[in-house]
Design a protein around this ligand. Structure first.
Ligand SMILES: Nc1ncnc2c1ncn2[C@@H]1O[C@H](COP(=O)(O)OP(=O)(O)OP(=O)(O)O)[C@@H](O)[C@H]1O
Ligand SMILES: [Mg+2]
Length: 420
């Protein structure tokens, strides 16, 4: 019998897993009924429990006695992946943290499949690491060894946008030249593919893949930039010191605005430094707010509020980032123009990446029939517009924002390993 197989989209922000099924794939419930699992893990110091997903985030916000980790996929692209990090009274390696998440996902997959699933097609960004093929290969090798350590015997990879293309292909009834745009929490990935019902039946699809490109820009970068422009100035960022021409050091604010660095600020030494900066500041009341954040471990809660504000702007013209946890009635009023202004640089990089992808495929923009949009960050109006502007004649198709990659990986798993 063919090994039971699955597709696994381990995302920077959200993960999904799919099983091959007739006519495509089906996503597995990973947390209650939900088929997405936020890629978050919480180590509760008082109960010594390890929580995942929404439960992890809720527990952290509920009392905060512990350590929340998000966006650990991005650690695969850095030297941190060989290091460990402090929990309450022990240390844990980043590889172990990722293994805990993958093990938890595999348990749910095994449950849904009815027996242990041996083979996995893992999604991967086109580039884990920009412009560094050896480092990129290493990131994939580390992820492969982690997948093996949680019990997958056969592990192979597929580019995330190619997976999304396979999911889209199952829905169309004529041939198309499509640009697949997958903008997630950590990376922006593009593929240009020829797809269609007849091509879908071919065993070898190499000739149908015209180009793949990707960069390390995603929703967590948008959060950071929005935070630095709209929230951090309320905590002292860019504010004046008493000495002429000096502004406050920016590193505290950049760390506080960056998901993976928030914990750096909670060190006693850092708090002592900030107390010193406050003494020399022209507006010490702003640094009182910063101290409230670091002394009460409010960094992740603040980052979640910023992310919530960004998400709200996908629907509404304006919103308020609630900062009442820092100071009663404090908030940052923001509108779409503020967000667009904060993210000009990443939007331009994303558009530039599409142009490189078109060049690699040897195509003019007018040749593209369809742009298939997936990944949560394609909901940001400025990102969506930035992509569509590069191929103005193409038709935009909105994919299953959080499910397309996982479903496409499930289709690929069925093709590579067969269905049970
Ligand atoms: N409605 C929305 N508007 C804007 N951004 C959104 C919306 N919903 C989710 N996001 C953002 O989308 C990102 C997550 O998208 P997604 O789940 O596709 O990423 P991922 O697959 O985990 O990441 P990656 O593929 O880069 O590893 C987050 O940054 C989140 O803030
Ligand atoms: Mg993704």
């Amino acid at each position: 019998m063919a090994p039971l197989s699955c597709g696994l989209d381990f995302g920077t922000s959200n993960s999904t897993a799919g099983l091959p099924a007739a006519g495509g794939g089906r996503l597995v419930p990973l947390e209650g009924e939900a088929t997405t699992l936020p890629s978050a893990i919480f180590f509760d110091f008082s109960t010594r429990e390890v929580l995942f997903g929404r439960e992890a985030i809720d527990a952290y916000i509920g009392h905060g006695e512990g350590r929340l980790m998000r966006a650990v996929k991005s650690v695969l692209a850095t030297d941190l992946i060989d290091q460990d990090t402090q929990l309450d009274d022990r240390r844990i390696s980043f590889q172990e943290v990722i293994a805990l998440l993958l093990r938890r996902i595999k348990e749910r997959v095994d449950l849904a499949a009815g027996s242990p699933v041996d083979a996995v097609v893992h999604g991967r960004p086109v580039h884990f690491v920009d412009d560094d093929p050896p480092a990129d290969a290493r990131a994939e090798a580390v992820l492969e060894s982690i997948a093996r350590s949680v019990g997958f015997r056969e592990v192979s990879f597929q580019f995330e946008p190619i997976a999304a293309a396979l999911h889209y292909e199952a829905q169309i009834d004529r041939e198309e030249l499509a640009l697949i745009a997958d903008i997630g929490g950590g990376t922006s990935d593009f593929s240009i593919v020829r797809i269609g019902p007849e091509r879908a039946r071919r065993a070898d699809r190499k000739d149908d893949i015209l180009a793949n490109q990707g960069i390390r820009v995603g929703g967590t970068d948008l959060d950071r930039l929005l935070s630095l422009e709209t929230v951090m100035p309320l905590l002292g960022y860019r504010s004046a010191m008493q000495r002429r021409d000096l502004t406050a050091p920016g590193s505290y604010f950049r760390d506080l605005a960056t998901w993976s660095k928030i914990n750096f600020l909670y060190a006693r030494r850092v708090i002592a430094e900030i107390v010193q900066v406050r003494r020399e500041a022209r507006h010490p009341e702003l640094f009182d707010r910063l101290l409230t954040v670091v002394e009460n471990n409010l960094g992740h809660a603040l980052a979640l509020e910023v992310e919530r504000g960004k998400v709200a702007l996908s629907e509404a013209e304006a919103t308020t980032i609630d900062l009442s946890a820092v100071e009663p009635a404090l908030g940052a009023r923001i509108d779409r123009a503020d967000l667009a202004a904060a993210i000009v640089e990443p939007v331009e990089r994303v558009a530039g990446c599409v142009r490189v992808c078109l060049d690699e495929a040897g195509l003019r923009p007018g040749a593209i029939d369809t742009v298939f949009l997936t990944g949560g960050s394609t909901l940001v109006p400025a990102i969506r517009e930035g992509i569509l502007a590069t191929v103005p004649e193409a038709r935009a198709v909105d994919g299953d924002r959080f499910g397309s990659v996982g479903l496409g990986l499930a289709i690929e798993a069925g093709r590579r390993y067969g269905q049970a």
